[in-house]
Design a protein around this ligand. Sequence first.
Ligand code: HEM
Length: 85
Amino acid sequence: MKFPICFIIISTTYITNMTDEPVFTWEEIAKHNTEADMWVVVNDKVYDVTNYQLEHPGGPLVLLSRAGKNASLAFEQASHSKNAI
Ligand code: HEM
């Protein structure tokens, strides 16, 4: 099974933390909301799930419905296992 790439820790500003990790605003994340370019946020990390959607055991539609958004609550409510991410 392939797993989505985790990008980063998000922030509400571009002012970064002390690491070299990229930081995105919600405005930027919101642009990645299509099947062809899909990011979701789970627990303050951004995941590029574009190449993962068809492999997701919960199906692609639940990811599409949260594309470009905070999917943390939905992720938690779907009772994922500890190693899902
Ligand atoms: C980065 C985001 C996500 C990843 C990496 C991910 C990964 C996985 C994995 C590995 C499973 C298999 C079961 C497990 O190991 O827990 C799973 C199942 C599932 N996921 Fe996700 N998931 C993500 C986001 C979501 C979101 C946002 C939803 C919204 C509701 C969702 C809904 C489900 C459901 C309903 C199942 C159960 C499918 C079944 O048992 O038939 N997932 N997911």
